[in-house]
Design a protein around this ligand. Structure first.
Ligand code: NI
Length: 219
C-alpha cells in the first residue's frame, strides 16, 4: 500500500502541536496499546526545517533524560517518524558495567536507523521500555551490531556497536518498525520493577531463569 504524497506541512503542524503540549520542555510518553507504537514509522527525509527539527530533538532528549531512559523513539511521543535519540552514561557499578558491557554511549540522533548482527553472539538480559512502565523482561539480543543511519542533516552514520549500546540501538530501531521488546522477550521472565532488585541484577539472569522457569540459551 502506498502512503501517497508526503504532507510535509501537516508534519510540521503536528510537531508544532506536540511541542506545545510539553511541560517544562518534557513531552508525554505514549504507552503500549497506542497504535502509533505498532506502525512502521515513516522515513525521515529532512521533512522538517532545521529550527523545528532541533526543537523536536531537544524535546526528545529532555523527555528521555526526565524519564529517565537511555533511548527514545519518535513514535513514543506520538510521532510516526523514523527518528530516535540515544544516550547512556554507562553503569556506575563496575561489576554491572562488566557483566552487561554497559559502557557510556554518547548522545546520538538517529534518522532511519537499521542494524545487522556482527557475528552470532547473543546476550540475554533484563530490559525495559518507557512505553511499558513498571515492567522488565529478559530479551535476547545480538551482542554486536552494525548500525547504519543518518544524522538529521543527512550525514551517513555507519558504526559497529557492542554490548549495551548495541542493545539500545536494537531496542529503538525495533520501535520504528512497530515492535516492542516484549514481542520477543521471554514471557516467563516478566517481572514487576518492584522485583528488579531480585532478578534484574548485574549478572546474567540465571537465577531468574531457574526460579521463574524459562530457558536461558547462550546467556
Ligand atoms: Ni522502548
Amino acid at each position: 500500500m502506498t502512503e501517497g504524497p508526503r504532507a510535509t506541512d501537516s508534519l510540521a503542524a503536528r510537531v508544532g502541536e506536540l511541542l506545545e503540549r510539553a511541560e517544562d520542555g518534557v513531552l508525554p510518553i505514549v504507552r503500549a496499546g497506542d497504535p502509533v507504537l505498532r506502525r512502521r514509522a515513516l522515513p525521515y527525509r529532512g521533512d522538517l526545517d532545521p529550527g523545528l527539527r532541533n526543537e523536536l530533538v531537544a524535546a526528545m532528549f529532555r523527555t528521555m533524560h526526565a524519564a529517565p531512559g537511555v533511548g527514545l523513539a519518535a513514535p513514543q511521543i506520538g510521532l510516526p517518524l523514523a527518528l530516535a535519540v540515544i544516550e547512556d552514561t554507562g553503569a556506575t557499578d563496575p561489576a554491572v558495567a562488566d557483566a552487561r558491557d554497559r559502557r557510556p554511549c554518547p548522545p546520538m540522533i538517529l534518522a532511519n536507523p537499521t542494524y545487522e548482527p556482527v557475528g552470532t553472539d547473543v546476550a540475554a538480559f533484563y530490559e525495559g521500555c518507557l512505553s511499558i512502565p513498571g515492567w522488565l523482561a529478559v530479551r535476547r539480543r545480538w551482542r554486536t551490531v552494525r548500525l547504519r543511519a543518518q544524522t538529521p542533516e543527512g550525514t551517513p552514520i555507519d558504526e559497529v556497536l557492542h554490548g549495551w549500546p548495541a542493545r539500545i540501538v536494537q531496542h529503538e530501531t525495533d520501535h520504528l518498525a512497530g515492535e516492542l521488546y516484549l514481542d520477543r522477550a521471554e514471557p516467563r521472565s516478566l517481572a514487576h520493577e518492584s522485583l528488579a532488585g531480585r532478578w534484574a541484577g548485574p549478572a546474567h539472569p540465571t537465577a531468574a531463569a531457574e526460579a521463574l522457569g524459562f530457558d536461558l540459551i547462550n546467556p
